[in-house]
Design a protein around this ligand. Structure first.
Ligand code: CMC
Length: 439
């Protein structure tokens, strides 16, 4: 069997053999398909990248139809059961699980990069008391670029590793400080004797006690959530990380851009929206009427559906299990009943079955975060902390990939053809500019 695609251009009656590799053809191989010799060549048109692979990657594998997720080959279920988040972060960045010695060194290195420069603390103080934590996080991560200008040397592997440690180390500190700022509490310095997640809890919740001791069940549940959120191949924010990184911007700026993409309600911001939606629904009895409004196209069911998973999101399954453990300590979340009823009705409704819409990672994570004591504004920040490891693993892979260049898609131009300049006195108001801003 010939491993190629035969394409016949009916415009010119010319046939082309396009090689197929790894189930894909190269879009650039279509450029030879021309109507006339000075024709630009055939483009592919793929808004929102529904069917375009932008890179070769060995980090995360997803089979959306079967509901499979693996980091570096390891099933997410096994990693969630046996690993700590920091171990998984090592796996994502280095490609292999660490030995005890490597893990000790990794923990030492990360925990010695947790502090923020005092000027960065002052920077955070400049935000309004009610600033959204994601806005604070995005801006502060970008501001780190000014503190570490040497990060611009992205071609030096040792320098890259240094910045990776800084970002993984400082992310929980920034996240915790955005919370302390919003409630007006003094910032708590990192405690290097504590594990990664326990230290994050320490910086969030320590008051006047001499030593903060995290509840082990809550710490483990949060660590599992970190593992589940650590990477998810070429999702919206990772694509931004790679796209901005492809211009050779430093990793702080690329990470800030990725976090900005994460904040949107269709991506990481969905976990916050799920809780708001459950509040709006109010009770189990209101679920059927709400589902009808979703089906009528009034709004989407937040925490449902996924670009890649057309089956149960494996992360949602693990979260349901972890939530059971957590709720035994924290007590249940009153909204759980509404969520379970939503899931039950949606999974048996033709609208959702036909479109293969299942609960995604964000459907239950918010209920857990809330039971732990987080307010909804913090939920996406909790997603950004572990995803930083995934973004950085993907960024490193990008920088080391000789096939990659600056990301620069093509367009299909739909605007005016060339037209002559019109002096202002002769211009007319067009419908397009009629929208007025209220002052
Ligand atoms: N509720 C109701 N209908 C939906 C939903 C939903 N949550 N999601 C998709 N649909 C419908 C959509 O209207 C479309 O219907 P039709 O074929 O009649 O036009 C069909 O299902 C296909 O949806 P799509 O919008 O083409 O799918 P997409 O791959 O472009 O979008 C998505 C994926 C996740 C953005 C979308 O499912 C969504 O908006 N979900 C709600 C937000 C959410 O939970 N996001 C978190 C995603 S998982 C974590 C993460 O990425 O951070």
């Amino acid at each position: 069997m010939n491993n190629s695609l035969k394409v016949v251009d009916e415009r010119t009656a010319t046939s082309y053999d396009i090689p197929i590799r790894d189930g894909a053809i190269r879009a650039m191989d279509l450029r030879q398909v021309k109507e006339t010799p000075d024709d630009f060549g055939l483009l592919t048109y793929d808004p929102a990248f529904l069917n375009t692979a932008s890179c070769r990657s060995s980090i995360t594998y997803i089979d959306g139809d079967k509901g499979i997720l693996r980091y570096r080959g390891y099933p997410i279920e096994q990693l969630a059961e046996h690993c700590t988040f920091l171990e998984v972060a090592y796996l994502l960045i280095h490609g292999e699980l660490p030995t005890q010695e490597q893990m000790n060194e990794w923990f030492y290195d990360v925990s010695h990069h947790t502090m923020l420069h005092e000027t960065t603390k002052k920077f955070l103080e400049g935000f309004r008391h009610d600033a959204h934590p994601m806005g604070m996080l995005v801006s502060t991560v970008a501001a780190l670029s000014t503190v570490y200008p040497e990060a611009r040397d992205i071609h030096d592997p040792a320098n890259r590793k240094h910045q990776i440690l800084r970002l993984i180390g400082k992310m929980p500190t920034i996240a915790a400080y955005t919370y302390r700022h919003s409630v007006g509490f003094p910032y708590v310095y990192p405690d290097n004797e504590l594990g990664y997640t326990e230290n994050f809890m320490n910086m969030l919740w320590k008051m006047v006690e001499p030593k903060y001791m995290a509840n082990p069940t809550i710490a483990r549940a949060l660590d599992i959530l970190f593992i589940l959120h650590a990477d998810h191949e070429q999702n919206c924010s990772t694509n931004v990380m790679r796209s901005v990184g492809s211009s050779h911007a430093d990793p702080f700026l690329s990470t800030a851009a990725a976090a900005a993409a994460l904040s949107g309600p269709l991506h990481g911001g969905a976990n916050e929206e799920v809780l708001r939606m459950l509040d709006v629904i109010g009770s189990k009895a209101n679920v059927p009427a709400y589902i009808e409004k979703v089906k009528a196209g009034n709004f989407k069911l937040m925490g449902f559906g996924h670009r890649v998973y057309k089956n149960y999101d494996p992360r949602a399954r693990i979260i349901k299990w972890a939530a059971d453990q957590l709720f035994q300590v924290t007590g249940g979340n009153a909204k759980l009943d509404i969520a379970l009823e939503l899931e039950r009705i949606a999974l048996s409704d033709e609208y959702f079955i036909k479109r293969k819409l299942y609960p995604n990672v964000d459907f239950y994570s918010g209920l857990m975060y809330q039971a732990m004591g987080f307010k909804p504004e913090m939920f996406t920040v909790l997603f950004a902390i572990p995803r930083t490891a995934g973004w950085l693993a993907q960024w490193q892979e990008l920088v080391e990939d000789p096939e990659q260049k600056i990301a620069r898609p093509r367009q299909i131009y739909t605007g005016y053809d060339a037209r002559d300049f019109v002096p202002m006195t002769q211009r007319e108001i067009t419908a397009k500019v009629k929208v007025k801003v209220e002052h």
